[in-house]
Ligand binder design. Structure first.
Ligand SMILES: NC(=O)c1ccc[n+]([C@@H]2O[C@H](COP(=O)([O-])OP(=O)(O)OC[C@H]3O[C@@H](n4cnc5c(N)ncnc54)[C@H](OP(=O)(O)O)[C@@H]3O)[C@@H](O)[C@H]2O)c1
Length: 333
């Protein structure tokens, strides 16, 4: 098994620590900005070694790979430093809002023969491949419309997600799942986007709504927010039916709901929708196993360069579109 180091004491670490019992079988070290915090964390989580800086973690010769769970705005800088120190890197989502920065990180990884991947756990869940296969098999006819939502109420003003300097914002935090979901179901990259944002916190988008145009006249809607009730939705609508993932992002209760319309003369829905139940394995474990297989040279990681750069390209376009809508509004008198 790969020997992993944790870059920070972030809350999300618990998800990956939970993949191994005891955690020390996979996670051998943690680095924090603060040595005392690193030591307390290591003791609490059962991690053998604690380092008082991320650089010290990267200098640890008994660490093969690191998991970057820093706030969004620090991902690329520290992923590159880890790569330069010779570590494979699994970087939390969203990698970066600047596609050129993501590409730079992959340049460093490729130059050193190291594995770099974006950690989008939802994509490792088997319900995703199942849904994509159903669409490819024509379960809902020709796909015409896609819809994705992810929101919750964030009341903690100190949360990293509300700070502009750390690249917070609802699109970066939860909307990035919607971007990934739409791109995955479309099986293509969007050609153009429009967006509206509502700001809060320290000047970040606390709500963002967008439309995306994909090749083949497929259109999509996306909405995300920190100030609306919790929702998690991903749906494809075709000329022959609808396909909805009822728990798309977490996949703890994964069901794909399929409604097929009648034949050409009668396009109505009849009866109850078909509910396809899918296994719910630990998606974080699948993510780590995917990465470890890539390090062993068995296959490229599921979310490698092209995917991560395309994801950041769409996020950047959505922010540009939202800024454009605010600066040159099509006002109604
Ligand atoms: N895939 C998923 O399911 C999932 C879920 C949640 C979050 N995430 C992603 O994981 C990342 C971390 O999210 P989180 O909610 O776990 O963050 P968090 O609990 O706030 O932790 C962030 C960590 O970064 C370090 N840090 C370094 N500089 C910092 C600064 N200026 N301000 C705050 N913290 C700083 C801190 O660790 P030290 O002080 O120990 O260095 C801190 O514990 C984000 O990119 C987020 O999008 C992914």
């Amino acid at each position: 098994m790969l020997r992993w180091g944790l870059v920070s004491t972030a809350n999300i670490n618990d998800a990956v620590l939970g993949t191994t019992n005891p955690p020390a079988d996979r996670f051998v070290a943690v680095g924090s900005r603060d040595l005392v915090r690193a030591q307390a964390y290591a003791q609490d989580k059962g991690i053998p070694r604690a380092h008082g800086s991320y650089e010290d973690l990267f200098a640890d010769p008994d660490v093969d790979a690191v998991y970057v769970s820093l706030p969004n705005g620090m991902h690329t800088e520290w992923a590159i430093k880890a790569l330069e120190a010779g570590k494979h890197v699994l970087c939390e989502k969203p990698f970066d809002r600047d596609p050129a920065a993501v590409a730079r990180a992959f340049d460093v990884a490729e130059a050193r023969g190291l594995v770099l991947a974006e950690a989008f756990m939802w994509r490792h869940h088997p319900q995703v491949d199942r849904a994509v296969q159903l669409l490819a098999d024509g379960a809902i006819g020709n796909v015409r419309l896609l819809k994705a939502s992810f929101s919750f109420v964030l009341d903690d003003p100190a949360n990293v997600r509300l700070f502009r300097g750390l690249d917070g914002g609802s699109l970066m935090d939860v909307g990035c799942y919607c971007v990934s979901g739409l791109r995955t179901l479309a099986g293509a990259e969007p050609m153009r986007v429009q967006a509206e944002r509502v700001d809060g916190g320290d000047g970040v988008d606390v709500r963002l709504v967008a439309t995306l145009r994909f090749p083949g006249d497929v259109v999509a809607t996306l909405d995300c927010g920190f100030d609306i009730a919790p929702r998690a939705e991903l749906e494809a609508i075709g000329d022959g039916g609808t396909l909805k993932l009822l728990d798309p992002w977490h996949g703890t209760d994964p069901v794909i709901e399929l409604r097929r319309a009648g034949g050409p003369e009668d396009r109505k829905f009849e009866g109850e929708p078909e509910r396809i139940r899918v296994d719910a394995p630990d998606k974080y474990l699948l993510e780590l196993e995917d990465f470890e297989a890539a390090v062993r040279g068995e296959r490229p990681p599921r979310i490698g360069r092209d995917d991560a750069v395309a994801q950041a390209t769409t996020i950047a376009a959505l922010y540009r579109a939202a800024d454009h809508a605010a600066s040159t509004p099509e006002s109604i008198p």
